[in-house]
Every structure is written in structure tokens, then in C-alpha cells.
Design a protein around this ligand. Sequence first.
Ligand code: TTP
Ligand code: MG
Ligand code: MG
Length: 350
Amino acid sequence: MMLILYVDMDYFFAACEEARHPELKGKPLIVGTGSEKDKLRGVVQAANYDARKFGIHSAMPTMDAFKLCKELQYSPPDDAYYEEVSKRIMELLSGYAKRMEVDSIDEAALEIEAGGYAEALEEGRKIKERIKRDLGLPCTVGISTGKVIAKMVCDSAKPDGMEAVEANGIKDFLKGKDVESIPGVGKKTAEKLAALKVRKIGDLAKIDPMVLIDALGSFGRELFLIANGTDESTVEENAGVISISRERTLERNAKSVADIEATLNLLADEVITEVKRQKLMFKSIGVKARYFDFTDRLKSRSLNSYTDSKETVVTTAMSLFRGLFGEKPVRKIGVRVSSLISVKGQRNLF
Ligand code: TTP
Ligand code: MG
Ligand code: MG
């Protein structure tokens, strides 16, 4: 059966700081928007769970956080570092998924084919262990039939947790929760629902669906179905840009891969620079050879996981090019990466 495994990192930015500064562990810690000097003028971006015990949370003014906890530890933000860690996480996760959707800097939905829930839980356990071992970071895994419910299961199993909710348990799992806990339901939707006397998801399940559709359009229909245990949301691989490629005519026609090594290195550099600039990763590499008679041949290969490594481009392209060199000299070569995903810090893409 096809199941969705939703992974969200726990107190992500703050956990990244703990991972590289172990002395910060075990005490309340926040990452704020301001530098050390200006910290009181900023807001909280992430709070570890020791800090949350004091009522501290994301988006709160840092000044208020210090009022709630005098011995609070502070770290200024380092976006480049969190993006780098995020890439490593997504790279690792993609190796476990048939299809994967990156939903923000610290979360992704993985579609997996499993014999049943026990097998999916085993897969989740392995993922948690790998992320802990390789990156020193805690995460939480939610498992269910659709993406929206899997995310909600993940939210409710935090921190460092894992939970699965089977199809016949979804309605019960949801009924006591506030409508705002459904991803995509913000203040405005919640107000419209409150006007219909709908505050809990259990109320949503019982209301006349036509009234909901009147108030909210097709989103109303989705909400009604979700409240009744049917989650039609699926994993959408983040497409955007389809591929990035570079090509160059060689100074002299090439007869073997040894003749193109330098040019290939250059092309790989250019492709990777663009990949990084757009904050992408790829899972497929292709090459093109144009022969002296202007005929073209292409070859490509899928990788086991997403990456943005130049090494991988060069070694994979070299091995692909080997199959393209024969009698005919080559006058132009190209390198292309595709199956791209975005690792930007975008949020709530449902
Ligand atoms: P979240 O996954 O929403 O939160 P979290 O990882 O800090 O905590 P948890 O998942 O355990 O509840 O957000 C991921 C990161 O995004 C977070 O560490 C910091 C950043 N972020 C902000 O910068 N501002 C915000 O308002 C929120 C909510 C998050
Ligand atoms: Mg998180
Ligand atoms: Mg998140």
C-alpha cells in the first residue's frame, strides 16, 4: 500500500546550533532574528523544548522571551548553515522515498510503498536513527494515508516522536482538534468557520458540506473530506525549473574521455554554481556528445538520492561519456542535471 511519511525537524534552527555547540544543550535556548548586540530588538525564530517550558515560542519578541526566562541562552541566526544542514537532510530523506515533496526548510513528505503500517513505522525508525546519527538532530515522523493528515500526526507526536494513524482511526484522531490545526487553515478561514459555529474538526465533519462549499469553495470540500477521514492530498515532486544544462564546443575534436576532462570540469562547475544559486538539488544527470558530423547522442542516469555535489556530476558524467566515445570524434559536449527539488526556506506550500 502507498503511505505518506511526514518528517519535520524538531526546533530546527536551535537544534542546528546545539549540534555544533554541544555546550548549549540541556538549557533553554533560542535562535532570534538579531545579532548578539541587537538581540532584544528582534523576534524568536526557534526555541528548544527547554525554552518552550517557559512559554517561549517562534515569532515572539525576543525581549518577551528574556522576560519569561532570565537564564535564556541566545544564538544569532546563520541561514547559510541551516540551509546547508537542510540540504543534507533532504538528500538523506530522498533515499527513502519513492517520491518526495520538500515543504519547508525543515520538513518533507515522503511517499513510500509499504506492506503495512508496521513496515512504514520501521522505515520511520530507520530515518530517525540516520538523521540522529549522521547529523546529530532530532526529528518527528507522522504516518498516514495522505499528506495533510500525516503532517498533523507529525505535529502531534512532537518532539522526537513517531506515530501512525490508520485510515479507520483518522476521524477519531481529528475530532477534538481545533480547525486551525489543519495545515492551510489560517485566521481568516477559522473566522469564517467560527461564523458557522465550527471550531473543532469534529464540528466540521458534521456540518452540511454544501454550506461549507458556499463559504469556502473547493477548500470547503477538502476540509469536509479531511474531517471525515478522507485525505486526497498527494506528494507533488517540486518541479519548478525542469533542468539546468551547460554546453561547450571543444577547442580540438576529442577522441577519448581523457580529452574532455578539463572542459567537463568547467561545465560541472557552471551547472553546480547555478544549482546552488537557485537553492536546488538534483537526482538525475545527463550528458550530450555532438560528433564532428553534427549528430548528437544523449545519455542519462538517475541517482539514488538528491545531491548538489560537483564530484557526483563529474564522475557520473565521465562514466556516461565513456559509452559515447567510439570512432567518431566529438566536437561539443553538454552536461545537464534534472529531477530538481527546491530547498529554499519556503513554508506551507499545501
Ligand atoms: P518549524 O518546523 O515550524 O518549527 P521548529 O522546527 O523550530 O519546531 P518544531 O517543528 O519542533 O515545532 O520551523 C522550522 C524553522 O523555521 C524554525 O526552526 C525556525 C524557522 N521559523 C522562523 O524563522 N520563524 C517562524 O515563525 C517559524 C514558525 C519558524
Ligand atoms: Mg520543525
Ligand atoms: Mg517545519
